[in-house]
Design a protein around this ligand. Structure first.
Ligand code: SF4
Length: 67
C-alpha cells in the first residue's frame, strides 16, 4: 500500500502525525506530508493499520492510499 497527501485538501491539523508519526511528518514550514522514506514506496505491513486509521480520522479526507 502506498500513501500520499492531497496538499490541496490538507489543512495541516497534525492529526495524522499524532496517529502515525512513523509515516507522517509536520515540516518546518508547517505543512504536513508523508516522510520522504515512504513517498512512492510501499508502507511496511505493520504500519498499514495506523495509516488507515489516520486516513479515517483526517478531517478533510486528504490522505490517499492505493494498493
Ligand atoms: S489529518 Fe489530514 S488535514 Fe490533518 S494534517 Fe493530516 S492530511 Fe492534513
Amino acid at each position: 500500500m502506498k500513501v500520499s497527501i492531497d496538499q490541496s485538501k490538507c489543512i495541516a491539523c497534525g492529526t495524522c502525525v499524532a496517529v502515525c508519526p512513523e509515516v507522517f511528518v509536520m515540516k518546518e514550514d508547517g505543512s504536513v506530508d508523508v516522510k520522504d522514506e515512504y513517498k512512492d514506496k510501499d508502507i511496511p505491513s505493520e504500519l498499514e493499520s495506523k495509516v488507515i486509521e489516520a486516513k479515517e480520522v483526517c478531517p478533510t479526507a486528504a490522505i490517499v492510499t492505493k494498493e
